[in-house]
Design a protein around this ligand. Structure first.
Ligand code: SME
Length: 173
């Protein structure tokens, strides 16, 4: 049976220095890839990533997926953390901006982001990464942090690559 991620325990909400966060993510990657090896079911991948990224990233207060369910609408998928908004249109919030532009949104201060949706008032920074399957948008990975500047561009690049690798093998819809 799986044991989750073998990393030092760090208290939830701790923002480690950037170099330590990147090192922790790098250490977790092979374990995450091993856990998902051969899995091509979308929900199984999302649920497992939500769990393992929650363990890997102690700075997050919310970690999970919004799935594209209509032309310009996202609905919440598997996640860890407090209750998230159920639906987000492409016109709203950081997740909507990510889905609309199909580009990563690294937001160091959500208070400075017009239209940010405050599911949790504690959230101060956010990283949202688009997920593509065979070139079409499947949804987004949403990470929230109660500290400003909770994510770096190095973390964003690593997570973009992880999303491309893990969702790259699921069948086109
Ligand atoms: N803050 C996000 C909404 C999703 S939740 O925080 C879980 C946004 O502005 O898109």
């Amino acid at each position: 049976m799986s044991e989750g991620i073998l990393l030092a325990k760090v208290a939830r909400g701790t923002l480690l220095p950037e170099a330590e966060r990147v090192a922790r993510l790098q250490a977790a990657l092979p374990q995450i890839e091993a856990a998902l090896e051969g899995e091509a079911d979308e929900v199984a991948i999302q649920a497992t990533l939500a769990c393992l990224l929650w363990e890997t990233l102690p700075q997050v207060n919310w970690c999970g997926f919004y799935r594209r369910v209509a032309e310009r609408m996202l609905a919440v998928g598997p996640y860890q953390g407090g209750m998230g908004c159920l639906r987000i249109s492409f016109e709203r919030g950081v997740c909507g901006a990510c889905a609309r532009t199909e580009t990563t949104q690294l937001v160091p201060d959500v208070h400075a982001f017009p239209g940010h949706i405050a599911c949790d008032d504690a959230t101060r920074s956010e990283l949202v990464i688009p997920i593509h399957v065979q070139g079409s948008l499947l949804g987004v990975l949403d990470l929230d942090c109660p500290h400003p500047e909770g994510f770096s561009s190095a973390e964003a690049r690593i997570l973009e690559d992880l999303m491309a690798r893990t969702f790259g093998r699921i069948p086109a819809r």
